[in-house]
Write a protein that binds this ligand. Structure first.
Ligand code: C5P
Length: 311
């Protein structure tokens, strides 16, 4: 059985002060995009993973070193498959084949999409039924959204979701050259910077509170300019402090016609909202020329969550 799950961007990301566990409460609007990870799974005598990476045009790309060196047991898709089998009381191992299309650069939750696709593929292969949101949460804060897809407000750590309607738009992702940014390092840097202030509707809340007012309206407004005016990422200043070149990418995207450009998640990928597909391709071509950009990709979102793709 084969399943797929989408990469994501954060349209807005409000971050609060760390709690007693050292984790930061988040209030974020996620949007899933058309770049999809695929996980095929078959029962096998021992656990194994084969991974390949494809460009958006289907060309085989070299796998980054960190993925080549990842032990099978540390692979989030394997952990997800094991968790489903454990919950169902099934003793079996499986062979996984992962086809990646979400850039590994960071900030787009490709690893979480692998886990979400693995949950769905494992459940289908072994005939297990369940509501997987809770299990997804135990694997990582972005896994529930990769399962759910479309657009959603994430509260608590971004892992408790309220679906929200949203218009489809064109998005340009600029993946950074060089190493990724460490998520804990970006959060630590965030704590050293002045805390951002927000109107009350974007405050990070550990309580479950649905999306209110203007942002919800902007998400369904056919004119993308309204949404562009509301996008923000509290982690951006910290990511830029760690990686100065990101400021240049944001600036270049905006001067190439992006309605808004910001760091995606904790970076180092930058995401830009394009007025339309043709402008998106023009923005991507300009970003592609920057030394600090490895790949610039135009895609669309919202996109469906994790789903079966057949055998
Ligand atoms: O979720 P993930 O395991 O990638 O998080 C890695 C680290 O990033 C955490 O151990 C924590 O230090 C930091 N983090 C945080 N607040 C969050 C998510 C992650 O402080 N909401």
């Amino acid at each position: 059985m084969k399943a797929s799950a989408p990469g994501k961007l954060n349209v807005t990301l409000a971050c609060g002060a760390p709690d007693e566990r050292g984790y930061h409460p988040l209030r974020t609007v996620f949007m899933a995009v058309d770049l999809r990870e695929e996980v095929a799974i078959a029962p096998a005598p021992a656990w194994s993973v084969r991974t390949r990476m494809l460009s958006e045009t289907g060309q085989e790309l070299a796998l980054p070193q960190e993925l080549l060196e990842l032990p099978t047991n540390a692979n989030l898709a394997v952990k997800a498959a094991k968790a489903v089998l454990r919950e169902a009381g099934i003793e079996s191992a499986a062979a996984l084949t992962i086809t990646k299309r979400v850039p590994v650069a960071g900030g787009m939750a490709g690893g979480s999409a692998d886990a979400a696709a693995a949950i769905v593929a494992t459940a289908a292969t072994f005939g297990v039924k369940g509501d997987w949101q809770q299990l997804a949460r135990t694997l990582g804060a972005d896994v529930p959204f990769a399962l759910a897809g479309n657009a959603a407000l994430g509260t608590v750590y971004g892992d408790h979701l309220f679906p929200v309607p949203a218009c489809r738009r064109h998005w340009v992702f600029a993946c950074a050259n060089g190493a990724g940014l460490s998520t804990p390092t970006v959060f630590k840097r965030f704590d050293q910077l002045p805390r951002p202030t927000h109107p009350s509707w974007v405050l990070p809340a550990t309580s479950l509170r649905p999306l209110e007012g203007q942002l919800g309206e902007a998400l369904i407004d056919p004119d993308p300019r309204r949404l562009a005016g509301m996008m923000f990422n509290d982690l951006q200043a910290a990511a830029v402090a760690e990686r100065g070149a990101l400021a240049e990418v944001i600036e270049a995207a905006t001067s190439a016609g992006a309605l808004c450009a910001q760091v995606s998640g904790s970076g180092p990928t930058v995401v830009a909202l394009a007025p339309d597909g043709e402008s998106g391709r023009r923005i991507a071509a300009k970003l592609q020329k920057l030394d600090s950009v490895a790949r610039a990709i135009v895609t669309q979102g919202p996109a469906l969550g994790a789903r079966i793709e057949g055998k």
